[in-house]
Design a protein around this ligand. Structure first.
Ligand code: CA
Length: 222
């Protein structure tokens, strides 16, 4: 997830960047409006954190120009406590959310997560098989509308099998997909079996079928 921070208070911008990086987001900073706009036009981001009062171009102008160019990157505007009308104006001009300064970092993180989730729901980045639904953006998995807790590897295997729906997938290609080519893949194929076993415990036996002599296959029951 790439996030652009446009904020002229450098210490705040850097603090936000550090927080986001520690949460595994890839965050970049711009300290003035013109640079921020250019960056947002040229590069692709998943989210923009945009201050209103900026040298060069203010946040309102930036968001207006971005939306005019058809760039609908979700945007959180930062407003000072005194700028009460700014909130309304910010949302009117196309921002998705706003946050009043000073704010606590956990609050910002919560807003980011919620905005990204909303976005991924909109994009319908879901994969489904029978009564199982995967959200590929958040990696949430639901079975009969109830959340299922999968490990990272279990998720990766399941998603790979669903991408290859109705096709038999070998243990080796699953191992290759999940562990890359840095490991002894032949010995890894045993781990594939272990993960499949655990997956079946969590999502039931009906979704992943064993193909004798080959590997596994996910099949639509409809
Ligand atoms: Ca400012």
């Amino acid at each position: 997830m790439r996030i652009l921070i446009v904020e002229d208070e450098e210490s705040l911008a850097l603090q936000i960047r550090e927080t986001l990086n520690s949460e595994k987001y890839q965050a970049e900073t711009c300290f003035n409006g013109e640079e921020g706009l250019e960056q947002a036009l040229v590069e692709e981001y998943d989210l923009i954190i945009l201050d209103i009062m900026l040298p060069g171009k203010d946040g309102f102008e930036i968001i207006k120009e971005l939306r005019k160019e058809g760039i609908n990157t979700p945007t959180i505007m930062l407003t000072a406590r005194t700028e009460t009308e700014s909130k309304v104006k910010g949302l009117d001009s196309g921002a998705d959310d706003y946050l009043t300064k000073p704010f606590a970092m956990p609050e910002l993180l919560a807003r980011i997560r919620s905005l990204l989730r909303r976005q991924s729901d909109d994009k319908s980045s879901t994969l489904s098989i029978n009564n199982l639904i995967l959200n590929t953006a958040t990696q949430d998995v639901k079975l009969d509308d109830k959340p299922v807790d999968l490990t990272t590897r279990e998720y990766a295997i399941l998603q790979f099998l669903i991408y290859n729906k109705n096709r038999a997938v070998s243990r080796l290609s699953i191992a290759e997909h999940v562990w890359g080519d840095n490991l002894d893949l032949f010995s890894m194929t045993n781990f594939v079996d272990v993960h499949i076993k655990n997956l079946r415990k969590k999502i039931g036996d009906e979704i992943i079928h064993t193909i004798r002599g080959t590997g596994y296959m996910v099949r639509d029951s409809q």
